[in-house]
Design a binder for this molecule. Structure first.
Ligand SMILES: [Zn+2]
Length: 65
């Protein structure tokens, strides 16, 4: 059986300030990260990640249904 660790699944969002791609992992959702480019604090709310997490959410549902 494969071990799937979705906590380490990497996702990328666009920094709202400098538009740089910022990589984070699912386990960071709900907390805040710093943009590596402009050091802006980005709060990873589920609400604001609809686009980025839509596919992951579907994938997780399919795997665990
Ligand atoms: Zn930035």
């Amino acid at each position: 059986m494969n071990t799937l660790n979705f906590d380490d699944q990497e996702l990328t969002i666009e920094c709202p300030d400098c538009k740089s791609p910022v990589t984070f992992t699912i386990k960071q959702v709900g907390s805040s990260i710093n943009c590596p480019n402009c050091k802006s604090i980005i709060t990873l709310k589920d609400e604001g990640l609809k686009n980025g997490l839509a596919n992951i959410d579907t994938m997780v549902k399919n795997l665990f249904k």
